[in-house]
Design a protein around this ligand. Structure first.
Ligand code: HEC
Length: 399
């Protein structure tokens, strides 16, 4: 076999996806890690009258065999250090590689990943245009909301932001495939978070530093706005990570109630983050936040299961025995185009009877219960065929 055949475009794209994902996840870990660290550090700071009066608070920490004495200056320090570490590339690279992945997977294979004809039969071009456009639009609406009079009141802003979020989630899940909708929600929220760093937090910090260097008093509004956006980012982290993983679990998105499921995840994530934020500040967080969060997850999970897209009539034990040859025909016609070695998705290969039989529970989950497969129903499986697969599994998947 020539080298070319071994390493063709598909193989190159597959590797590009793998490597982009690797960097995306590492950058994301660094970003979330530093964001959690600074939120916690900020909350931990205690005033100490014996320190420089410009120091708002200090914290002692031990890590890696040494002690750290952290001090936060909110006004001009005695001198500006020559080297100042900025935290921005963690956020930027998470977005850059995430967007690359979005393009490699979802935008280049829109008909497979973004579109579900059972939801809306839109063209791939329209799907990509709406997906990409909504990311930009989402940022503009969000930042406009933060700067509107509603943005002056944290409580009202949180409520308005949540209502807007749920409306977007509802819209996405009624236009795109379940999986496509979820990744777009994740991309939108992730873009808002990176937008906060790029358009608000960093410029405001630069203005603050420049003012301090000139010996001027920085505008307190800059710091306030940066802190507001950084707090939003903090509350959004947990749900975003759930969404990024959910694409690999059809049980989360292949449900009629997907929009409520993901809204519940957002609330559950906010509550847990809130517990930690109060705890880190040395306060006594309400322990009831944990059961409340668990309750939202439970509601989401229950609705996900109740809303599964399985539309087949209940299994009839008197149904005729399904011939294995018929199962093989369906799998060959409807599944094998994608599920062949060497780059079979998720390593699921249907090449012989033994493999098909061994995968019976997965076939049932993916093709019957969640209707996640065939992806985007690319091979136009019929409900009768799904029912045949279901009956075969119900009869013990014999061969
Ligand atoms: C258009 C291509 C395509 C077709 C046709 C297709 N699949 Fe898939 N399948 C995929 C992709 C891509 C994935 C990986 C999804 C992911 O990344 O989570 C997948 C994943 C799976 C998985 C693993 C899911 C998991 O999370 O464990 C199973 C099982 C599966 N498919 C079964 C089927 C069956 C059964 C059929 C036929 C009824 C079928 N597929 C038809 C593309 C396809």
């Amino acid at each position: 076999m020539s080298m070319l055949a071994l390493f063709d475009t598909d193989m190159a794209l597959e590797w590009a996806g793998m490597l982009a994902r690797w960097v995306h996840v590492i950058a994301g870990i660094c970003w979330i890690g530093s964001s959690f660290y600074f939120m916690a550090l900020d909350a931990e700071l205690k005033p100490n009258p014996r320190l420089d009066p410009r120091v708002k608070g200090e914290a002692w920490q031990v890590h890696g065999g040494g002690f750290y004495h952290m001090q936060k200056f909110t006004v001009v320090p005695e001198f500006m250090p020559k080297e100042l570490t900025w935290f921005k590339w963690e956020a930027y690279s998470t977005w850059i590689f995430g967007f690359l992945l979005l393009c490699l997977t979802y935008f280049t294979h829109a008909s497979t990943y973004l579109i579900d004809p059972e939801v809306a039969d839109i063209s791939p071009v329209l799907a990509v245009a709406m997906g990409a456009g909504s990311l930009a639009l989402g940022w503009l609406v969000y930042t406009g909301l933060c700067r509107s009079p509603i943005g002056k009141d944290q409580g009202r802003l949180a409520l308005a932001g949540f209502v807007l979020l749920v409306a977007i989630i509802y819209g996405y899940t009624h236009v795109f495939s379940g999986r496509g909708a979820f990744i777009l929600i994740g991309a939108l929220v992730g873009s808002v978070m990176v937008g906060n760093v790029f358009f608000i937090i960093m410029p405001n910090q630069r203005k603050t530093v420049a003012a301090l260097m000139k010996g001027e008093v920085p505008d307190a509004a800059w710091g306030k706005e940066a802190k507001q956006r950084s707090t939003h980012n903090n509350y959004l982290t947990l749900p975003v990570v759930f969404i990024m993983l959910s694409g690999h679990y059809a049980i989360t998105y292949q449900t009629r109630w997907a929009w409520i499921v993901i809204s519940c995840v957002f609330v559950a994530g906010f509550l847990v983050r809130h517990w930690f934020n109060v705890h880190n500040a040395g306060g006594t967080p309400d322990w009831k936040l944990w059961p409340a969060s668990a309750a939202f997850i439970l509601v989401g999970l229950t609705l996900a299961v109740l809303g599964l897209k399985d539309v087949l009539p209940a299994y009839d034990p008197a149904a005729p025995k399904v011939e294995f040859a018929e199962v093989e025909r369906i799998i060959n016609e409807r599944c094998r185009v994608c599920h062949v070695a060497p780059s079979a998705p998720q390593g699921v290969v249907f090449e012989n009877a033994r493999q098909i039989q061994a995968l019976a529970p997965k076939i049932y989950l993916q093709a019957v219960k969640t209707r996640a497969m065939p992806l985007g129903n690319a091979t136009q499986i019929t409900d009768d065929e799904r029912q045949t697969l279901r009956d075969w599994v119900a009869q013990g998947a014999p061969r």
